[in-house]
Design a protein. Structure first.
Length: 241
């Protein structure tokens, strides 16, 4: 599997590339935004590890550009540990994040979890159905597609996995810890931001009025519910997971 590493810290890139090679992965290094986009187009990576702070350029701008090209998994690296910075990256389309400093083993574990879940093995072990329907939303596992009212909806790999997990459990609250394990491949007490922001992104794509969701509901401190039967009118909903 080819991994695009994007960071302006060349020493860190060299260390990460060495660790990824030892783990059997194929790292490709970029040190700025323009080379990251160029190598993304040329080398066709399976996953991107992207630093939010690239010095002269913004990792968020690079992330938005990559999202215009592909829905493949992106893990964001940041030395900033404020919730706002993490949320900005997740809202821009990142699938997961790691705050510096981090261990090479943790990064490789996150990469492998994302790679496993970007292929077909993650859903077929969990749910045999290839087509799920809730209201006007239709998810086709075989075609890896989502339709709303007969129109295609473009989702990232992680958004698709999350929606599949929730639709497979329609009418039941799925605990935040279970979503982290099934969709992201790890359990982290501080990972609720990843779930919350990804649910928010799904609402923007699937709800008629994201501020008054009718489909995706969060139960504060518990988890997320995808309603099996939709109301005629949207209802107010709490935002935090």
């Amino acid at each position: 599997m080819r991994i695009l590493l994007v960071d302006d810290d060349r020493e860190l890139i060299d260390l990460l590339a060495f660790a990824l090679k030892r783990a059997g992965l194929d790292p490709v290094a970029a040190h700025d935004g323009s080379s990251a986009v160029r190598l993304f187009d040329e080398r066709k990576p399976d996953l991107v590890v992207l630093d939010i702070n690239l010095g002269a350029s913004s990792g968020l701008d690079v992330l938005k550009e990559l999202r215009r090209r592909s829905a493949l998994p992106v893990i964001m690296l940041t030395a900033l540990d404020s919730e706002e910075d993490k949320v900005r990256g997740l809202e821009a389309g990142a699938d997961d994040y790691l705050t510096k400093p981090f261990s090479h083993r943790e990064l490789i574990a996150r990469i492998r979890a994302q790679l496993r879940r970007s292929g077909q093995e993650w859903p077929t072990r969990k749910v045999p159905e290839t087509r799920l329907e809730v209201g006007s939303i239709v998810l086709d596992l075989a075609e890896h597609s989502v339709m709303k009212n007969g129109r295609a909806v473009s989702l990232t790999v992680t958004e698709f996995r999350l929606l599949h997990c929730l639709m497979s459990n329609a009418g039941r609250v799925v605990a935040t810890a279970d979503l982290l394990k099934q969709v992201w491949g790890y359990q982290d007490p501080g990972g609720s931001d990843v779930v919350r922001v990804t649910v928010h992104r799904l609402r923007r794509k699937l709800e008629q009025d994201p501020a008054r969701p009718n489909l995706l509901h969060t139960i504060p401190g518990v988890g997320v519910l995808l309603k099996a039967t939709l109301d005629a009118e949207p209802t107010l909903d709490a935002e935090p997971v």
